[in-house]
Design a protein around this ligand. Sequence first.
Ligand SMILES: Cc1ncc(COP(=O)(O)O)c(C=O)c1O
Length: 354
Amino acid sequence: MAFIQAGRRSVDLRSDTVTQPTQEMREAMFRAEVGDDVFGDDPTVNRLEAMAAERMGKEAALFVASGTMGNLVALLTHCQRGQEMIVGDQSHTFINEAGGAAALGGIHPRTVKNQPDGTLSLADIEAAIRGENVHYPRTRLICLENTHNSCFGTPLTVEYMQAVGNRAQSRGLKLHVDGARIFNAAVALGVEVKELAAPADSIQFCLSKGLGSPVGSLLCGTREFIYEARRNRKMVGGGMRQAGVLAAAGIISLTKMVDRLAQDHTNARRLMQGIAEIPGLVAEPVHTNIAYFRFAPEAKLSEAEFVQALEQHAVRLLSIGPRRFRAVTHCWIDSSDIEAAIEAMRQVMNGKNA
Ligand SMILES: Cc1ncc(COP(=O)(O)O)c(C=O)c1O
C-alpha cells in the first residue's frame, strides 16, 4: 500500500498512529448502521464491544475515543481520590497522558522502575504496596503496559502477567493493563491475546495503532466494571453518539488486521539489521514493531540534521532524545519501504544528502 502524504509517497516511521484507514474500512464506515450510542442504540458499536470483550475473554467492553481515554477511564473506575496506583516510571500512563489520573482523578502515582524488558520486578511491586497507616495513601491498583512502548516494544509474557495478577489478588489490589499494542504482544509471543489479558481486571487496547483504524480504543473488564466505566467515560466527555461510523473500522481491525502484525515485526527486524550495518548508527534490541537506534560516538550530524536529511528522501522518523531515534513499522510500510529507508539512512550517514 503506498502511503501518500501531501501528494508524495512517504515512508512514515514516526509511529503506528500515522496509519490511515484502508479502503475496506472506509467502505464499512460509509455503510455503517448507527444510532445514539449514549442511549446504547448504536448496533455497530454494540457489535464491536461484544467482539472486543470476546477476544479479550472479558464480560464486557466499552468503546472510547483513544488509548489515553481508555486508561484514564479505567483508573477513574478503579481508584477513589487519594488512592495510589503503582505504575512504571517509563510507562505511557505516567509520562505521556498529561497527568490525567492525578489532575482529573486525584489518583496518586507511585512509580516503580521499569526494567529494560518493560516489567516491574515483583520485589519492587511488593515494596511499593503501602501498609495500613494514617500517613499513607492507600494502594489500590497496579498498572502494566504490554507491549512496553519505551522499553523496546517488548512483549510481557503470559507467565509474568499471571505472576503480577496473582500478586495483585493476594494483596487485595486490582491490575490494569495498558494494552495499546497487546495484539502485537500476542502475535510476537505466539499466544492468544486472552491469555495475556486473563490476569487483568481491566485492559485497554488501541484500534488506531498497528490495527489501522482511524480512531478508537476498547476498555474491557467485568460487566460491573464496564457499567461504572461507562459513567466515567460520559464524565470525561467520551459519549460519542453515532460512533458506529468509527466502530465499523474497528470491526475490520479486529477481523482483518491482527494476523498481519507479524509482517510489521519482520519489517522492524529487517530495518534494524540494515541500520546495524550503517557506519555511525547503532541498532538497539527489537521485539515487535517499535525499533530504537542511536548515533555511534563518531557520528557528526545533529539529531535534527539527520531527521531533516531523511525527510528529503521522504523517510520520516522521530528523534527521541540525545542521539537516539525511534522508527515504528505498521500496515502502510512494506518491505520495499524498509529497503528505501535503509538506503536513505546509508546515504545520509555517508554525507550524500540527495
Ligand atoms: C503504550 C501506549 N499507551 C497508550 C497510548 C495512548 O493512545 P492514544 O494516542 O490513542 O491516546 C499510546 C500512544 O501511543 C501508547 O503507546
